[in-house]
Design a protein around this ligand. Structure first.
Ligand code: GRG
Length: 261
């Protein structure tokens, strides 16, 4: 568990929890355990996604994948344990004493929906079942929104919910999260083709090798880039009623399309 969590990574999901909390007047210290839980959930998906039965990748966060170092059995258990530990943290009212328990429950419940069968796992299942098959734009969008976008959106919603965002604020932040979440996976597809492997820290070219459903495969690189940029623009526009306090969210959105890793 420590090996994969401490291997590095951009920490985007916990940063989004914190940035969303601060955008609605919350405090980063108050939401920190929940933010850590988001990173645990994300790291679990990476460990499992890299397993031989799934993507069978050798490199992650610039290091050999978890199963390459510890074997498959321990990698499976490390992922399971990170997911379990995430729920331990998300519901830990002792560590988040300033947050009303009802808000903790709401954010944890929301997160559960985002990463379960009708969220991330659902997207991952359709992704696996689509390998090597021609798919349409609608199915591709479903895969990307669910396997990647839902967790990103849930992190933003969690920061806002825990910091007692108003209904309109939560609505705007959710829309922002939907747009940038989809953009993030489109850019991930692009980087699998164009990135420098050393900088990216994971295997490149693996999507094409596995005949994965990707935006570049369906639309080409240029059109995919345009789509991601448009989504980020639209996402940032959802923050129009926020002031300076949402500037980190706007910058993160821009980073999603400008990133090289
Ligand atoms: C349940 C067997 C089983 C497997 C689960 C849920 C799952 C596997 C996979 C989720 C889908 C997934 C891994 C999507 C990829 C999301 C993505 C783009 C990850 C890379 O995120 P970055 O770039 O990574 O933020 P770092 O390393 O920077 O944190």
């Amino acid at each position: 568990m420590l090996y994969s969590v401490l291997a590095g990574g951009k920490r985007l999901r916990p940063v989004l929890v914190i940035a969303a909390a601060e955008a609605v007047g919350g405090n980063r210290k108050d939401v920190l355990p929940f933010a850590v839980a988001a990173e645990y959930i994300h790291t679990y998906t990476l460990i499992h996604d890299d397993l031989p039965a799934l993507d069978n990748d050798d490199l992650r966060r610039g290091k050999p994948t978890n199963h390459k170092v510890f074997g498959e059995a321990i990698a499976i258990l490390a992922g399971d344990a990170l997911l379990t530990q995430a729920f331990y943290l998300m519901t830990h009212s002792g560590l988040m004493g300033s947050i009303p328990p009802g808000k903790l429950l709401q954010a944890a419940h929301d997160m559960t929906g985002a990463i379960g069968t009708s969220g991330m796992i659902g997207g991952q299942v359709v992704d696996i079942e689509s390998e090597g098959k021609p798919i349409n734009a609608e199915t591709l969008e479903y895969i990307h929104i669910h396997k990647t976008g839902r967790l990103i959106k849930a992190c933003i919603r969690a920061g806002a919910i825990l910091s007692q965002a108003g209904v309109d604020q939560l609505e705007s932040l959710s829309s922002y999260g939907e747009q940038i979440g989809l953009a993030f996976q489109i850019v991930d597809d692009i980087l699998d083709i164009t990135a420098d492997q050393g900088l990216l820290g994971k295997d490149i070219g693996s999507d094409a090798e596995k005949e994965k459903a990707t935006y570049p495969a369906l639309y080409g690189l240029d059109e995919s880039k345009k789509k991601a940029e448009k989504l980020v623009e639209e996402g940032i526009a959802c923050l129009k009623d926020f002031g300076e306090e949402a500037e980190p969210l706007r910058s993160i959105g821009r980073f999603f399309t400008q990133r090289a890793f």
